[in-house]
Design a protein around this ligand. Structure first.
Ligand code: BGC
Length: 553
């Protein structure tokens, strides 16, 4: 495996510049602050930072509404600060990818401001216009709680413009070759500044065609292939990660023949991990994993539990969605659009066993795990903050004022820190967990160490094992002659599982977290008795020889 494929076994950490560390006490995080926290990230062991949008913005969609593709949000610092941040990250062996919002701009972008003058503007054709709101009537509205339509009327020119998200985010017109060229220029600009790639926002919606859902169109794939070939020739090693919230067969198309996206988020799997834990039943996970097509060798899934958005339930049947609402959103306030706006710890009722179990699954399933900032310490949320802001509160570093995030007045913070008793920053913070070997933070650090010490989880082939009890999620991951056995008890009770491991007869399981040898595998069923929500990750050693260990463990 050459460095070119670094993303295939990387641990990615998603963060907000605004939410990580404030260096000038104005209540918002900035690049200078973030730089001071890079040692924490290095120590955590991550390989790559995913930066949420860093561009100038009116911030009506938290930076996904861009006013200038070539600048830095002045609240975060300058281009120089950005360069320094990239340099400092690279010094520590950490790569950086950033959000790339291709589908739409802010309505405050000078292109759109000019386009509002009507067809005489040179930028009018940068956007998608219509005289009626009846075009593309087969297209769903994504932000159903706030937008009644994908069209918004501009009275002065008597026309409607097209937008897949908020009405203040007009969609760019990718049929216009100038738009395509401009956006490819944007990509080159940031890669020249040292970025290692992009998480491509809303990648499925670039083109519109009558009579279709305007998603996953062939023209969209062609554009990404063109972009990819430019990146491969001018910026080898840089990557594209697709945010495409689609069913497996449509999603897998974004890998092309290894000539489109390097990575794509595994949206179909994510809600099913939550279903499996609540139902104490591995079948939702197994069924969806079996539906995932094989992807080109150079590609990888990005595996995640939570992110900065609501826990989306778009890739669920109506029945599954109803179940998820019943299971995970007791308060109506927790529901947003087709999803649940909560962080991981509250979704798991702050039960560290369940939080750890989900991470153990995330870190061993085929793919590269993505951690959302704060989830590694079990941060809580505030569902009363509106939109998705409740999962975007300041990082909790210690029990000082403003959780050590900022020296500003508490009332000046961009969002209040979490103070509800169970998740209060005075207890839930990095400092309080740093030195406790059993803290969530240190458990997650251990998972990262295990992944880094061998290539098996990122590169291996997975096979599910059956034992007749759906509470057991079990699989092997094999690569280059090494095999790991992962067994998870999804149930709230201790269980006794009997697994047929006869194909591994003679192997000696080494439990990798405690470094504990287990009894040799024989032809008879292998008995495992995990605690409630307990799990085992075994390296199946070929012999009891000392030193027969996966590298570094
Ligand atoms: C981002 C959201 C954003 C939307 C519109 C998404 O998919 O993750 O946070 O609101 O794109 O840009």
């Amino acid at each position: 495996m050459t460095d070119k494929y670094w993303y295939k076994n990387a641990v990615i950490y998603e963060l907000y510049v605004k939410g990580y560390q404030d260096s000038n006490s104005d209540g918002k995080g900035d690049f200078s602050g973030l730089i001071t926290r890079l040692d924490y990230l290095k120590e955590l062991g991550i390989d790559c930072i995913w930066l949420l949008p860093q561009y100038p913005t009116p911030a009506r969609d938290d930076g996904y509404d861009i006013m200038d593709y070539f600048g830095i949000n002045p609240e975060y610092g300058s281009i120089e600060n950005f360069r320094e941040f990239i340099h400092e990250s690279h010094q520590r062996g950490i790569r950086v990818i950033a959000d790339l919002v291709l589908n739409h701009t802010s309505d405050q972008h000078p292109w759109f401001q000019s386009a509002l003058a009507g067809p005489s503007s040179p930028y009018f054709d940068y956007y998608v216009w219509s005289e009626t709101p009846d075009r593309y009537s087969d297209v769903r509205v994504i932000f159903v709680d706030s937008e009644p339509s994908n069209w918004t009327y501009v009275r002065d020119i008597g026309m409607y413009y097209w937008h897949r998200f908020f009405h203040h985010q007009p969609d760019l017109n990718y049929d216009n070759p100038e738009v395509r060229a401009r956006m490819i220029e944007v990509v080159g600009y940031w890669l020249d500044l040292g970025l290692d790639g992009f998480r491509v926002d809303a990648a499925a919606y670039l083109f519109e065609r009558e009579g279709t859902a305007c998603e996953n169109l062939p023209e969209t794939h062609l554009f990404f292939k063109e972009l990819r070939s430019m990146m491969d020739s001018r910026y080898p090693g840089s990557i594209l990660l697709a945010e495409v919230n689609q069913w497996p067969e449509d999603l897998a198309e974004y890998f092309g023949n290894g000539d489109e996206f390097h990575m794509a988020f595994n949206f179909p799997l994510m809600p099913r991990l939550f279903m499996a834990v609540k139902r104490e039943d591995c079948r939702p996970v197994k069924e969806i994993m079996k539906m995932l097509p094989t992807i080109p060798e150079s590609c990888q899934w990005a595996m995640f539990l939570r992110n900065h958005d609501e826990l989306t339930l778009e890739m669920c049947t109506d029945e599954e969605r109803d179940y998820m609402y019943w299971a995970y959103s007791q308060d109506r306030q927790m529901i947003l659009n087709k999803g649940i706006r909560r962080r991981l710890a509250p979704l798991m009722e702050n039960d560290t066993r369940k939080i750890e179990l989900l991470h153990a699954i995330l870190f061993t399933l085929p793919g590269s795990p993505v951690i959302y900032y704060g989830d590694e310490i079990g941060m809580g949320d505030n569902v009363y903050l509106g939109d998705r802001n409740g999962v975007r509160t300041p990082m909790q570093w210690n029990d000082n004022k403003n959780a050590g995030f900022s020296g500003s007045k508490p009332s000046q913070l961009y969002a209040p820190v979490i103070v509800d008793p169970e998740y209060n920053y005075s207890a839930v913070n990095v400092e309080s967990q740093k030195n406790n070997p059993n803290s969530l933070l240190n458990r997650i650090k251990r998972f990262i160490r295990i992944r880094r010490s061998c290539g098996v989880f990122g590169l291996g082939t997975q096979e599910f094992l059956e034992c007749g009890n759906p509470s057991l999620l079990a699989y092997t991951i094999s690569y280059g002659g090494d095999t790991y056995l992962c067994a998870f008890n999804l149930s709230a009770r201790s269980q006794c599982f009997h697994l047929d491991l006869s194909m591994y007869e003679g192997r000696v399981p080494l439990e990798v977290i405690g470094d504990t040898p287990f009894p040799v595998v024989t032809r008879s069923p292998y008995t495992l008795t995990p605690n409630p929500y307990g799990y085992f990750i075994f390296f199946l050693r070929k012999s009891q020889r000392r030193g027969d260990k996966p590298g570094g463990l």
